[in-house]
Design a protein around this ligand. Structure first.
Ligand SMILES: [Fe+2]
Ligand SMILES: [Fe+2]
Length: 281
């Protein structure tokens, strides 16, 4: 357990990149089209690619808040946003090699498709969060931790369900970085929440009332539901999510017993539109 934010940052900065040149050179891009990939996973990969690329927007938004002015978080975000952006590029390349053409301008097109309402709401939220000053950082960090843990578990589920060897190789590398992101957010969240009762109450309230799965809002709800119900399908999907995300979040100060996040994912999974023939892992 870390004592200070600087300790968390020092730990993070000591971790080498999983997606280093050696790793990238080993990816067998020309083997991708030789293995079958179910069409069911194409929308999932496109969603993940876009949401990874939106990190840049989120990064810019956060820099305008007291959270983004925290020197530890600011330093972390510089490397984090570069890594997420590379994840997006790698997923895009995988899709191309798998026979799914994408526009050269896909990033701008994905960004242009973000509803105006979402940008407006974000602006309002940012103004509200600024009123709470640094007390809101706990909520930001819990939200980030849940997003990172969801993403990590999403990639794990995807490589198990898809059974594509090159996709697995690529996603294992990406997942290593997601695991570091999760641990950073979770550890900073823990420290921020420990600081004050007000931060704990505010963070719990915000997650309980407003949490939605990563990407929802920027992407249409139907697409988020498709992703969740495909990756966390059935009882085994729901329990994997609860074990690896819901329960981990509940270990944070002030979050004991908060089941909303797992319940929201379970509701989407059970009522969802996952392709019927997928087998749970
Ligand atoms: Fe990522
Ligand atoms: Fe991440």
């Amino acid at each position: 357990m870390f004592e200070t934010g600087s300790d968390v940052l020092a730990w993070y900065e000591k971790q080498p990149r999983a997606l280093n040149q050696k790793f990238l050179d080993q990816i067998q891009w020309n083997e991708i089209s030789k293995h079958p990939l179910s069409q069911d996973f194409i929308p999932v990969l496109l969603y993940m690619r876009d949401v990874e690329s939106f990190t840049e927007i989120y990064h810019d938004e956060l820099l305008r808040t007291p959270t983004g002015k925290d020197p530890v978080i600011r330093k972390f975000m510089e490397r984090w946003s570069v890594e997420e952006n590379q994840h997006a590029e790698l997923l895009n390349r995988f899709l191309n090699e798998a026979g799914v053409p994408t526009s050269d301008n896909w990033w701008n097109e994905a960004k242009a498709a973000i509803p105006r309402r979402y940008n407006f709401e974000n602006d309002v939220v940012m103004r509200i969060t600024n009123c709470f000053g640094r007390y809101f950082s706990g909520a930001h960090m819990v939200w980030g931790a849940v997003n990172e843990m969801t993403t990590l578990q999403g990639y794990r589920r995807l490589w198990k369900l898809a059974g594509h060897p090159v996709l697995e190789q690529l996603l294992r590398g990406i997942a290593q970085e997601e695991s570091l992101h999760s641990h950073f957010y979770w550890s900073i969240a823990r420290l921020k929440l420990k600081e004050s009762k007000f931060s704990r109450g505010l963070a719990r309230f915000v997650i309980d009332k407003f949490w939605t799965p990563v990407g929802q809002g920027a992407k249409p709800q139907g697409e988020t539901n498709y992703l969740i119900s495909t990756l966390f399908e059935g009882e085994s999907g729901i329990s994997a999510f609860n074990r690896n995300v819901g329960e981990r979040m509940q270990q944070l100060p002030g979050f004991a017993g908060l089941k909303t996040v797992s319940e929201r994912v379970a509701a989407i999974s059970l009522g969802g539109n996952a392709p019927r023939r997928l087998i749970s892992v």
